[in-house]
Every structure is written in C-alpha cells, then in structure tokens.
Design a protein around this ligand. Sequence first.
Ligand code: HEM
Length: 202
Amino acid sequence: MSEKIYLYPVWIRIWHWINALLFLLLIVTGLSMQYSSPNYTMIRFDIAVSFHNVTGFILIFNYIFFIIANWKSRNFRYYKCHVLGCSTRLQKQFRYYLYGIFKNEKAPFPISEDRKFNPLQKLSYLIAMYLLMPVMIITGLALIVPEVNIHNVFGISGIHLTDLLHITSGFVLSVFMIVHIYFCTIGKTATSNFKSMIDGWH
Ligand code: HEM
C-alpha cells in the first residue's frame, strides 16, 4: 500500500525551481567567461559578466529566502544530522545504492512524514546548502568588490585565492547538481521525484 505525503510546500517548489534555473544560467555564463579568448567567445565577455552578476544577485536573494523560510518553517528538521551512528547510517544507504537496490531490497530509510531524506541526501543537501552555497556566494561578492580581498596571502594574490574558491565551490556544486538529478531518478518511477517537486506530493 502506498500513501501520499505532502512533502514539498509551495515555497520550497518555487525556491527550488528558481534556484535550479539560476544555477544553469550561472554555469553557462561562468563557463563562457572562464574559457573566453579573443578568437572565440560563447557569449560576448562583457555580456556574460553582466548576466552572471545579475543572476548571482538574484540567486543570493533566493538563497536568503530559502535560509529564512527553511528555519521558520519546520522543514529544517529534515536537514538535521545526528552525529551518533551517522557513519553506520551512511554505510547502510551506500550499500543499498551499490547493491541492495539491484536485488530489490527494501530501502533502509523509507520516506515518511518524519523522514523526507535518506542519510546520504541529508548530508549532501546540508553540505550543498549550508557550506558550498555560502562559500560560492561570499567569494562571488568579494570578486565584485575586489578592494575587500586581502592583497597577499603567504605570497599568493588574495584575489586569485578568492577566485579559486569561487570556481571550486561552483564546480563542486555543479557536480552535485548532476549527481542530484541522477539520484532523483531513483524513485518509485524514474520521474516520480520530479513530479513530487512539481505538485508537492510524494
Ligand atoms: C535542473 C536542476 C535540478 C533538478 C531537475 C532538481 C530536482 C530535484 C528534485 C526532483 C527534488 C525532490 C527529490 C528530493 O527531495 O531529493 C529536489 C530536491 C532538492 N534539490 Fe534539486 N534539482 C535541481 C537543481 C538543484 C540545485 C542546483 C540545488 C542546490 C544547489 C538543489 C537542491 C535541492 C534541495 C536542497 C532539495 C531538497 C529541498 C527540500 O525539500 O527541502 N537542486 N531537486
């Protein structure tokens, strides 16, 4: 028997799809800037910079909205990781993805009203939303206002380090997005999780 649970309220869905769209735009404009050369540009450099900056600012407002709404609503409870037994839970979920799922075993942490995410989802969402996003946002802002960067860090240009952190966090988040989309296809059917993020019901 399968029971319908309302897991994704409207605010999460609106935040999520705006975030996903902005992310794609940031990747395209970011890559275009990264690999631009006088001979070839995917998007004209100055246009890519302006577009990247404006999109980045909208992403920041959307992110602040997520942090406040996630904290004010009870949704943050789904992100809380308990350290005790964490490694065992992660291993169980890993084992399921590597082996159990192909043997038609039951999921070790089935979704319920009290548990929206399995331990691996929880950890990856926590790292993406509360570590990588702030790093990417803060370094992005620091690149817009270069004066705020430390000039020299042990002989290395501060702005280069900020840039490196920005690109690395952006890259890891892009990889997260690809892996995230892949894991979203592992639902009841390949599209059921995507439908849930559209109508709110699991
Ligand atoms: C085209 C790109 C994307 C697609 C198709 C997509 C798809 C989905 C789907 C189907 C879910 C619901 C299943 C689940 O809970 O795991 C979900 C949840 C989630 N996604 Fe994405 N996603 C995309 C991009 C992103 C990006 C770029 C981020 C963050 C940087 C992100 C962060 C999240 C988070 C935090 C949740 C859980 C939200 C909550 O219920 O609290 N997603 N995504």
